[in-house]
Every structure is written in C-alpha cells, then in structure tokens.
Design a protein around this ligand. Structure first.
Ligand code: V47
Ligand code: SF4
Length: 367
C-alpha cells in the first residue's frame, strides 16, 4: 500500500490511488510523475506495480546475441554501428559463421537474438536458410530474430507484404520478434533521428501482424536524445494502445541513449536518476505489458540492479557478444555468466528465475 500522506504532499495523491486500485494512468498522470521532485517516490510506486505482478521473482535468460551485418541502408543519426556497403569496417556473417558462434556460446542458449542492419542485397531466402540452420544446430532454442524494421525491409526487397515475410520466417522457425527499431514514435523527432526507417505506423502494424500470427514480440523506447517528456509519454501510449488491440507484447525494454560515435549531440545527457525515473514511469504507464527489462548492456550492471527496484523484473541475459550499444560507448562488459546474473538479483534481495524467451520459468533457483 502506498504511503498516501507522502504522495499527497508531493501532489501525487490521485496517481497513487490509481496505482493502488490498478487503474490506468492518463498522460497527465505521466507528466505529474515526470515533474515529481522525489524520484524515490516514483520508483516506490513502480516497485509496487512490479511486485503486484511478479512478487520478488526476477527473470534472466541464457541467451546469445548475433549481429549478422552492420551494413545498413538507413544510416540513423544515433547509430554508431552502421556502415555503408563497401565501407571499411562493414561485415556480413555467413550462415556457417553464425552457427559456429552460437555453438561456441559458454552454455547452449535457450533464446537466440539475431538482428542486423537493413542490408541492400541479403534476400529472404538467406534468412530462411539462416533460421533453419540455427534451429537445426540448437533445436531447443527459441529464435527471437529481426526487428519490425528488418521485416519491412525484407518485404520491400522481395516486393511482398510484411505478413508474407512473417509467415515465411515463422515456417522456418521464427518464434518471436525482438523490440528494436521503435526508437521514438513522434514523427518530428523520428524525422531527425532516423528519417529512412519504418514509420511508427509501419512498426506498430508489423507487430500487430506478428501477434495475429501467434508470434510474441517485445517493444523498446530509445530515450535521452532529442525527444521531450511528452514524446516519451506519447510513445508509451502508442505501445499501450497497440497492446490493447493485439496483445502480443511480452516485454518492454527502455534503452538509454549511448552518446559516443554518432551524429547526435545532446545538450543534457541522461543522469542515472533520469534513467530510473523513465523506467519507473514506463512500468506505471504500460499496465498491459507484463514484463519490463533492465537491459544491463545499455544501463550498466549496477544501474540494471537498481532498476529492479524501479519497476523492472528482468535482466535480459548472458548475451555473450554485443555490438550496437558498445560501438556507441556502452561501458558494460560483453557478456555475463548465469552465476553473475543470479548474484545481481540475489544481491538486491530478490529471487532469480531462469526463463525462456517467452518468460516461461525454466527453473526456480533456490534462495
Ligand atoms: O533499435 C542503437 C538501439 C536497438 C543506440 O527485444 C541504441 O529482447 C542506445 O532493440 N544508444 C537494438 N541504443 C537493441 C534492442 C534490444 C536489445 C536487447 C533486447 C531486446 C529484446 C531488444 O538498439 C535499436 C536502437 O534503439 N540503439 N543505437 C545508441 N546509440
Ligand atoms: Fe541501420 Fe538499425 Fe543502425 Fe538504424 S539503428 S542505421 S536501422 S543498424
């Protein structure tokens, strides 16, 4: 139960009562939470919601990220990873390379996360072969691959619909879509940070189509660049509306902007408390998305731990190798072991639960 006296004094009495009653927060409520001078009060409300949903259970997954290429036709302003075709530093993994990397992971991954740039020449047949080869090598792994932006790019290259692309990839083993590519939906910001990328409408439509085909998906928000607080709330509201319609989002991942090696200069970089506040408000606004991931790669390990008391219930996973955040200045290590993830969770007095890609518990660790 919230400390109502504390929230009344902060002008958040009505918001605290809604959170207690499990009622939907309005955009105005979101603005009040962003304006509240006491970030710990905002965090405590988010922790209340997280605890109502999951108790002290905190999820992690044994996974492996693979980036198949950094060659991309989109050249988003915030991206340090992208290269033009033929540019120095560009790479394309073969199917054999990808499978070898997966087989070399310290533990067999339960979740395989494969994404890449929008390559001008890689065709759908390559991705079908890739999924089939990965599924053959790792029959128990769930394949969480290709953002909605990549799906729309494949459809354009093939001259077919995004539904046909999804159906083809599902038949080849695709289990889930990751949440990347959402960035910020507000068109004025999107035009400045990623003008060539799928629009908000296209991104949301592809996720709706995936949900209709029985593919679960994740969703993200890139924040701390050129967007306003209202743009963040608009983004969360659009995700919440999509979830009301099609219901297939499993997990939301807030991605704090990494500032190095890209074309965006931010006037006031995010502080640690800005990150925690946005994570907490995301938990409170997204009342219909079950999980919220503290992605330690972008947040740092210490901040991801703190986020577990600001609304997050998941730490993503072992990852093993990550390029997108690290090329943009992320200071976290490349991978974590299962024991390290469990220690991070236990260190906060919470209970680690190993999960699969869809958040089904694999094994409850003993306290
Ligand atoms: O969409 C690119 C982001 C995303 C930067 O679904 C940056 O489980 C910060 O979506 N600063 C890809 N972020 C990562 C992603 C993801 C990660 C982990 C798990 C899941 C999941 C999804 O990386 C891109 C973009 O928003 N990104 N550049 C940057 N400079
Ligand atoms: Fe390409 Fe993705 Fe980088 Fe944008 S964020 S340039 S779509 S790789």
């Amino acid at each position: 139960m919230p400390d109502f006296k504390r929230y009344e004094a902060l002008g958040l009495g009505p918001v605290a009562r809604k959170v207690e009653a499990g009622e939907r927060l309005s955009l105005e409520d979101g603005r009040a939470l962003f304006a509240c001078p006491d970030v710990t009060a905002v965090g405590a409300l988010a922790h209340l919601r997280r605890t109502a949903l999951h108790g002290d259970r905190t999820f992690y997954v044994v996974n492996r990220h693979i980036n198949y290429t950094n060659v991309c036709v989109n050249a988003c302003a915030f991206c340090a990873y992208q290269r033009e075709k033929g540019q120095e530093g560009g790479f394309e993994l073969s199917i054999q390379d990808a499978v070898e990397r997966l087989l070399k992971a310290p533990l067999p991954p339960r979740e395989v996360h494969i994404v890449g740039g929008c390559h001008p020449d890689l065709r759908l047949a390559f991705f079908v072969d890739l999924l089939e080869a990965v599924q053959k090598a790792l029959p128990d792994a769930a394949l969480k691959c290709f953002t909605a932006v990549e799906i729309a790019h494949f459809a354009r290259l093939e001259g077919i619909s995004t539904i046909e692309v999804l159906q083809t990839l599902k038949a080849a083993g695709l289990a889930m879509l990751p949440g990347g590519g959402a960035e910020i939906f507000a068109p004025a910001v999107r035009r400045r940070i990623c003008p060539k990328k799928s629009t908000a409408e296209e991104w949301l439509r592809v996720h709706g189509e995936a949900h209709a085909l029985g593919l679960a998906t994740n969703c993200t928000m890139l924040f701390g660049h050129l967007e306003s607080i209202d743009d963040r709330l608009d983004h969360l509201d659009r995700l919440r509306t999509q979830q009301d319609r099609t219901g297939g989002f499993t997990c939301f991942i807030p991605l704090p902007f990494q500032t190095e090696n890209n074309a965006i200069t931010v006037e006031r970089p995010l502080t640690g408390l800005d990150e925690l506040r946005t994570i907490a408000i995301s938990r409170l606004m997204l009342d219909n998305i079950p999980h919220l991931k503290a992605y330690w790669v972008m947040l740092t390990v210490k901040q991801a731990q703190a986020a577990l008391f600001f609304g997050a219930d998941d730490l993503d996973g072992t990852v093993v190798e990550e390029k997108i955040g690290h090329m943009a200045g992320a200071t976290s290590r490349q991978g974590l072991t299962k024991a390290q993830l469990q220690d991070m969770i236990r260190g906060m007095g919470l209970t680690p639960v190993e999960r699969d890609a869809r958040f089904n518990p694999v094994k409850e660790a003993q306290a």
